[in-house]
Write a protein that binds this ligand. Structure first.
Ligand code: CO
Length: 210
């Protein structure tokens, strides 16, 4: 009960301080949301999307899973993307990985971790595609970090090639997808410069007709 107690106490204090600074805050937000961003990140407790970006409630629609993986048969992420793009009309999708990702590390290992090994299969594929480069890197941590970057790049591709994003681009909607990586060591976000900004930044085979 103690854990719950402190959560509820924190919440009361938070409500008090928000209301003090902005008395209309909850009234305004309870009406509707119009977030500018969709965040697709890792579930890791050390990478809380709103906190590390300094954004407020209402600013960001969020989907998080282990190792920020986007698969075209995952109804969860597809539903989140569809709602964010079609209904909320977010301007940007931010795919954010982080250095030292336990999910990425697990994907590089040979011993079993349970159910999550199935979830992480696509990251093993990325490892396989870049094995020469990754294996030539000194130190396990550095290898995990490089694969974490490559994973973000791949998931940006996955998002940009999705039916949701391709449909949006075909209808002329303005939408960008960006790849970021977060450092647990210094709290900094880095732009991996793998952005996709319109359908011409994706292979023709994924395009849909208007
Ligand atoms: Co992680």
């Amino acid at each position: 009960m103690k854990e719950l107690e402190s959560i509820l106490n924190n919440n009361r204090e938070w409500v008090d301080s928000v209301t003090q600074n902005d008395p209309g805050f909850f009234n305004r937000l309870s009406g509707s949301q119009a977030p500018r961003y969709l965040w697709i990140g890792c579930s890791d407790s050390r990478v809380p999307s709103n906190v590390i970006t300094g954004l407020q409630p209402g600013d960001m629609f969020v989907h998080r899973n282990i190792a920020n993986v986007v698969q075209h048969n995952d109804l969860n992420v597809l539903s989140v993307m569809e709602y964010a793009v079609k209904v909320l009309k977010v301007k940007s999708i931010l795919v954010c990985g982080h250095y030292g990702c336990g999910g990425v590390k697990a994907a590089m290992e040979k011993h079993p971790h349970g159910m999550v090994d199935n979830w992480l299969r696509p990251i093993k594929e990325i490892y396989l595609a870049h094995q020469q480069e990754i294996d030539s890197i000194e130190g396990e941590q550095n290898q995990v970090n490089r694969l974490s970057e490559l994973n973000v790049e791949q998931q940006v591709k996955q998002v940009s090639q999705s039916t949701v994003v391709q449909d949006a681009w075909a209808s002329g909607q303005q939408l960008s997808i960006h790849g970021l990586i977060y450092s647990l060591e210094n709290g900094r976000l880095k732009n991996l410069e793998v952005s996709k900004t319109d359908r011409n930044t994706t292979p023709n085979v994924f395009h849909v007709s208007e």
